[in-house]
Design a protein around this ligand. Structure first.
Ligand code: ZN
Length: 150
């Protein structure tokens, strides 16, 4: 899945993230439409945009695709169907699975609020210099001065 590989982290140590589980079934509905019903699931390893840490995101998706020959036909599909307009006569199941997983990738990948890992370079709070003896170094002292009006 080369397109998905460009989105997720390349991490050889996590073999589990290299697998996607899927189930596809092919049938024809009462109106003669060719349908592909499927489910895909995987654990995507993404880079958290807040803390830059690894975000393991379990995703799963179910879908019913109806194979259409043009946009007019796509527009007339019942709500429950998503149109699939193949570029070639042959439909590649692996590409379908990859498409669904790509759709599951969030626009912004972040850990849930408050669950980010602390940045490794941040010093623990108790190691910060005690600045109470240097009031001029205290940024709040500067704010106080501004509030008083020069
Ligand atoms: Zn994070």
């Amino acid at each position: 899945m080369p397109r998905l590989a460009g989105v997720v982290l390349d991490d050889r140590e996590s073999a589990e993230s290299d697998y996607a589980a899927y189930e596809l079934s092919f049938r024809r509905d009462a109106s003669g439409r060719n349908l592909i019903q499927g489910r895909v699931s995987a654990t995507l390893r993404l880079r958290c945009e807040r803390c830059n840490g690894v975000l393991e995101l379990p995703v799963s998706s179910s879908f019913t695709l109806a194979v259409v020959e043009g946009l007019d036909e796509a527009a007339q599909l019942p709500e429950a169907y998503e149109p699939l307009l193949p570029e070639e006569a042959d439909i590649d199941p692996a590409e379908l699975v990859e498409d669904e997983l790509l759709l599951a990738v969030p626009a912004v990948s972040r850990h849930a609020a408050g669950t980010c890992a602390p940045p490794p370079f941040a010093a623990p709070a108790e190691d910060l210099p005690d600045d109470t003896s240097h009031p001029h170094d205290n940024p709040f002292a500067v704010l106080e001065g501004l509030k008083r009006g020069h």
